[in-house]
Design a protein around this ligand. Structure first.
Ligand code: GAP
Length: 453
């Protein structure tokens, strides 16, 4: 906490090189095609908060669904939770956040700009105005948002917006243990919004004040924690690779002992090669018994596991894979973005895995003529229960294919005048651009076989 895991100095790419132009391309595409909008845009924008548009909401949902599928649905040893965002100061006092969840803040006496001291390239020079030696002494700035519950103002009504989802899992440990028939090793997973009053938000949705996390606390017998730590590092790395990030854009970096939180026995970051260099997508930490012990001591609750067969009692250790959903969504967009020459034109294509793509299928009548609209609607009705579909009947078909390429739709289904005779459609595959004639009766089975993962 004191030294936060995403506040590490950036490390330069070693073998592969970052692409600085990619950043602007992704920001432009996001706005132009409805992935991400600046929040309160019509009022001049509200810095560091973003709204997810029609395509962004689908992509973000798919990222979260894939995480949930691999972390909860496909396992017998992890259960879910959706804890509250508002919580009383007692939680944050016990967790250490009230005292330690801080960043060092400096003010420039010349231009009054505020900066995070640990993020300055030169600790003596203001990046806003260039003044030298003009910073105030650093002071610790707590990143939690405070508000009040109920109509009364004052210290009794103070509550906090959670800065991480993790504490919800620790304070519900006994509730889950008593109701789920699980015993260590087992995990509690949660996806939800977190809030941090970041001093220097930036890099689009990479660091924002409101964001979504996907965290899991895995409770294990203390002696097994090193093995489970290695297991979860490997599992989490593979999750990104399986969903389409290539090996040369992803790495697992183990923290040096001076980078780690004081309670952690080991920490690794999953890092992605962003346009500005390697940076964190997820931290995997062996948090030992720190959190359960803190909350047990502060609340008086017994937060331990009692094995009724052996009579053994112990406080489990915790392995925590903690990822950012919004940050990860941006990484998937960046990894998928490609430009290529096709017949003298530049084709922009998002090679998103079909499990992440906002739309899996686009249904496109070749023309707006009424005789094509009815069969197109029928094809849409056939496919829609299985996949998220777009339907678009305007513009030349080539331009419509390009629009779908640019938002990552893996399959376009075109209904043409031959369809009226042969009851078949043309299916165009995004990456190869190959086209195949498929009978309507076999269309769902055909697409299912192509998207079998
Ligand atoms: N419970 C541990 C924890 O919260 P963290 O490294 O501070 O650890 C986990 O956060 C993940 O949450 C980060 O790896 C990052 O992906 C995401 N995250 C953290 N702060 C963020 C911010 N301000 N904006 C967007 N994502 C953020």
């Amino acid at each position: 906490m004191g030294v936060r895991q995403d506040s590490l100095p950036l490390m330069e790419a070693e073998e592969t090189t970052a692409d600085p132009e990619l950043f602007d391309k992704i920001v432009n595409l996001s706005k132009r095609r409805g992935f991400v909008f600046q929040s309160a845009d019509i009022y001049g924008g509200f810095r560091s908060t973003y709204d997810y548009g029609p395509l962004g909401v689908l992509l973000l949902r798919n990222v979260k669904d894939q995480w949930w599928r691999s972390m909860v649905q496909m396992r017998h040893d992890v259960v879910g939770l959706d804890a509250s965002i508002l919580s009383p100061p007692a939680v944050w006092e016990a967790s250490g956040h009230l005292a330690n969840f801080t960043d060092p803040l400096v003010d420039c006496k010349e231009c009054r700009a505020r900066h995070r001291e640990d993020k300055l390239d030169d600790p003596d020079t203001c990046p806003s105005c260039g003044a030298k030696g003009a910073f105030t002494e650093a002071r610790q700035f707590n990143l939690m948002f405070k508000t009040q519950a109920g109509p009364v103002e004052g210290s009794g009504a103070e509550v906090y917006l959670r800065p991480e989802t993790a504490q919800g899992m620790f304070i519900n440990f006994a509730n889950v243990l008593n109701t789920s028939r699980k015993k260590p090793p087992f995990g509690i997973a949660q996806i939800g919004k977190s809030f941090r009053n970041e001093i220097t938000p930036g890099n689009f949705v990479f660091r924002t004040r409101e964001f979504e996390q996907m965290e899991m606390e895995f409770f294990v017998p203390p002696e097994d924690s090193p093995e489970w730590y290695r297991y979860w590092c490997e599992q989490r790395r593979n999750w990104y690779l399986d969903l389409g990030i290539s090996e040369d854009q992803l790495r697992l970096r183990e923290h040096e002992s001076d980078e780690m939180s004081h309670y952690a026995a080991a920490t690794s970051d999953v890092e992605f090669l962003f346009p500005w260099g390697w940076d964190e997508l997820e931290g995997i930490a062996n948090r030992t018994d720190f959190d359960l012990k803190c909350h047990a001591e502060a609340s008086g609750a017994r937060l331990e596991f009692h094995d009724p067969n052996s009579g053994e009692r112990y406080v489990p250790h915790v392995i925590e894979p903690a990822a950012g959903a919004t940050r990860t969504m941006m990484a998937f967009l960046m990894a998928a973005y490609h430009e290529e020459e096709v017949n003298g034109d530049t084709r922009t294509v998002l090679r998103l895995d079909h499990r992440l793509a906002p739309y899996q299928v686009a249904v496109l009548p070749l023309s707006k003529k009424p005789e094509l609209i009815e069969p197109s609607q029928e094809v849409l009705n056939l496919v829609q229960p299985h996949w998220m579909c777009d339907y678009d009947q305007t513009q030349a078909i080539g331009r419509r294919y390009r629009r779908q390429d640019e938002v990552g739709t893996p399959f376009c289904v075109t209904i043409d005048f031959d369809t009226l005779d042969d009851q078949a459609v043309t299916v165009r595959e995004r990456d190869s651009m190959e086209q195949e004639r498929v009978p309507i009766a076999g269309l769902v089975a055909y697409l299912e076989s192509k998207m079998s993962k």
